[in-house]
Design a protein around this ligand. Sequence first.
Ligand code: FNR
Length: 367
Amino acid sequence: MSQTIGFRSPEEWERVAKERLEKGAFEYIQSGAGIEETLQSNTEGFKQWKIVPRVLRNVSKVDLTKDILGTVSPVPFALAPVGFQTIIHQEGELAAAKAAAIHQVPYTVSTVSTSSMEEIAKVMGDAPRFFQLYWPSDDDIALSFVKRAEKCGYSAIFVTVDTPILGFREQDKQNQYFPLSKGQGLGNYLTDPVFKEKAKLITEETQEAIAEVSSRLFNPSLTWENVKWLRSKTNLPIVLKGILHAGDAKLAMDHGVNGIVVSNHGGRQLDGSISSIDALPAIVDEVKGQIDILFDGGIRRGSDVIKALALGADSVLIGRLFAYGLTNGQDGVETVITQLIAEIQSALALSGETDLSSLQQIEVVKT
Ligand code: FNR
């Protein structure tokens, strides 16, 4: 493990990314939908919830081990699916996945990764990994992705359900920037036999491939029936990513899924939707202990992780935090991971707890 980068705050990472990346790429990562009300409320929301720490409880040893979807993880977080990682660093997903693997932190491969899921699996060895599905408009391709993920060692399928269509992202429209149009993020499609057969790509022409993928990328007609169908097709744990309503959490459970991610897609889909942290308590009341509750949106520091877990999340995902670190390749992502682990250890001990199982006894109040 070679880490040459010293301490960097999340704000400093963002500043470094802004300095190094081209404007369109940086703003694609940093921005949200609309006027960014939801993007901002994800981080602001955390500031409104406060920990009421306990003292004199012997916190000389802390243990962050956590079960994430049946995988024993040394930490209560995984890396969120983030598409097109080659817009951040030339090695893209391969660099981030290697960093995650070294620390045994689960890595989630996006459908729109530039390297294919097989290439990523290869550099990860037997380290824990999940596959995120943007359900294509063609079910045969969706199933082909899931079967490939089963074959190359992915231990859960995250179906992103908050993206029947792409959010209205003003910054990207202004910059006329979408990474797919530049030929990024095609790795899983271009290696898929079912897609190739359906698209009948007759040349190696990138523009043609981009058009064929773009026309199949999302599926606005998805319903709970599709979830039922997928449940019958795979034994892997299924996680629905992008749940904000307790009623949907209950429906997810009723449809036999194994987990949900309480998430508004980092404020990139419906602007004006509730912040992730404010959505969490009602969902915890509805399904806690019955399915895994994962959480993402706005996590920048160890204390944010502690707040989410104390409010009832089982584990969390980090998105932009590691994406900015990827500006420095594998080293950068490793630095982000080790720093976040140190922060969680500190926040846990200073809250008065030594492991994550009793964390819900720590009071977190809204101010
Ligand atoms: C994302 N996210 C995302 N989600 C998903 O299901 N599939 C994907 O391909 C992507 N791609 C993606 C790209 C970029 C640049 C960002 C910032 C986000 C959403 C991501 O998984 C996660 O929900 C949010 O990033 C969480 O919020 P924070 O941690 O970024 O505040």
